[in-house]
Design a protein around this ligand. Structure first.
Ligand code: GLY
Ligand code: MN
Ligand code: MN
Length: 439
């Protein structure tokens, strides 16, 4: 009897949604960086989810009636492997992976024609335009067999919402990988807090984060690290990471490791000096309170919209207390008058991708309600831009606090709660020596 692997169970779950159709996926290829240099390979998340395979260039066909999964991998080739690294090859893939058939990738064009026969629907990933064209060519080829007595697919459908809704609920092994990513990110943020002081360059801290990821088994960051001293924090996706830290600034680090292709996504904002300056601390406490309020809505039955509203209302209260906004919390929330100071959402799904590609709305276009196994971020912030209408002393300040939360049966589990976050925890962490994290 064959043991059903988790990946095979996922393919079966997808097949059940295909209504007699066929799903066809193409794994990531090697991406050119410039001329003959390449980016590090990173498997397409849907492909990884359904196969567990990390090798580039592969194809996957899933038929639903009958349920079958067919994998296409690069064949063994001594010369290519000498230059570019070892390949699993067809034989080994057949032995160790749980597929009905495994073929070399050059057989894809022949096999896909056979599998399209009798199918009315073909589900693919529309974001891969080259692959869309390739599949249209194959359908066109099949359409020429006009007298062949089989149904032929007449169009392509988007596979993303189908796989995305499966990816929304994390299994125990997925949660295990996410916990490990969070743990490695914890070490990295702690080390970064210990290293940051006036005169250190943002780039040194970025390098420290990545050293700690790799040392602990995470090959890559889950996204480009944001190491933003002072007013660089006002650029939400600041990735230059090349300025020197100065006394009197805060440092916003938004960085997370990727472990086994699963992301963590964490932001901490800390003083560059040993202690928070009084205004920074007051504003920091508002954001911390907002995050706490968001966390109080992270349980079954609530939504990402509830988390956002709850956190944002606390930010608005803080902006009113500082006389930066005037009016009532209700009026400001309803009219969105806080947006110059808080322009982004509070949460996004997290998983194989940092902004995990899963649906946010149900069929009636309402926010999806939380159920156990969902993982998302809670990341309120306050940003005082130079063109905001606020007193000068606020301008240039950017603060964000971000954690990764798993919905459980009874409440939630904050996967990144161990990363220092209160003023006291951060100031204590800053007394440590970053070199202790290198051992
Ligand atoms: N690091 C990207 C984000 O927080 O959404
Ligand atoms: Mn995030
Ligand atoms: Mn982030």
């Amino acid at each position: 009897m064959q043991i059903e692997t988790e990946h095979k169970a996922r393919r079966k779950n997808l097949a059940d949604k295909l209504a007699g159709g066929v799903a066809v996926l193409h794994g990531s290829g090697i991406q050119t960086r410039s001329f003959d240099t390449t980016f590090p390979h990173r498997q397409d998340s849907n492909f990884k989810y359904l196969t567990g395979l990390d090798e580039p260039e592969a194809f996957l066909i899933i038929t639903s009636d009958p349920f079958q999964s067919i994998l296409f991998v690069r064949p063994k080739n001594d010369f290519e492997e000498m230059w570019g690294g070892l390949r699993m090859g067809v034989e080994k893939a057949q032995q160790i992976l749980d597929f009905d058939e495994v073929h070399p990738i050059e057989d894809f064009s022949k096999v896909i024609i056979e599998k399209l026969k009798g199918s009315r629907k073909v589900f693919i990933d529309f974001s891969n335009r080259k692959f869309v064209t390739k599949m249209l060519d194959h359908m066109d080829e099949l359409a020429r067999f006009r007298k062949l007595k089989v149904h032929k697919p007449s169009g392509l459908e988007d596979i993303t919402p189908l796989v995305g809704s499966l990816r929304l609920i994390k299994s125990a092994p997925e949660i295990e990988s996410m916990r490990r990513a969070a743990e490695i990110t914890n070490i990295a943020h702690r080390a970064a807090m210990a290293m940051s002081k006036p005169g250190v360059n943002e780039s040194e801290i970025e390098a420290l984060l990545e050293y700690i990821y790799k040392k602990n088994g995470a090959r890559h960051p889950a996204y480009e690290s944001i190491v933003a001293g002072g007013d660089n924090a006002l650029i939400l996706h600041y990735i230059e990471n090349n300025r020197e830290l100065k006394s009197g600034q805060m440092l916003l680090i938004d960085a997370g490791s990727e472990f086994n292709t699963y992301a963590s996504d964490v932001t901490r904002t800390t003083p560059v000096d040993d202690k928070f300056d009084p205004l920074h601390q007051e504003l920091y406490e508002i954001v911390l309170e907002a995050q706490k309020s968001g966390l109080s809505r992270a349980s079954v039955g609530h939504t990402i919209g509830d988390v956002h509203e709850s956190a944002t209302r606390i930010l608005i209260r803080g902006l009113l207390d500082h006389k930066i906004l005037t009016g009532t919390v209700d009026e400001i929330w309803e009219k969105g008058l806080h947006k110059p100071y808080y322009p982004h959402g509070t949460s996004h799904w997290l998983g194989l991708d940092v902004h995990d590609n899963s649906p946010y709305l149900d069929d009636e276009l309402n926010d999806l309600k939380f159920v156990p196994g969902m993982v998302f971020t809670i990341e309120p912030g306050l940003y005082f831009q130079y063109n905001n209408e606020c007193p000068e002393r606020y301008k240039g300040i950017g603060i964000r606090i971000e954690d990764d939360v798993l919905i459980t049966d009874s409440d939630h589990d904050n996967l990144t709660s161990m990363i220092p976050k209160t003023v006291h925890e951060i100031e204590e962490m800053k007394k440590c020596d970053y070199r202790d994290f290198l051992l």
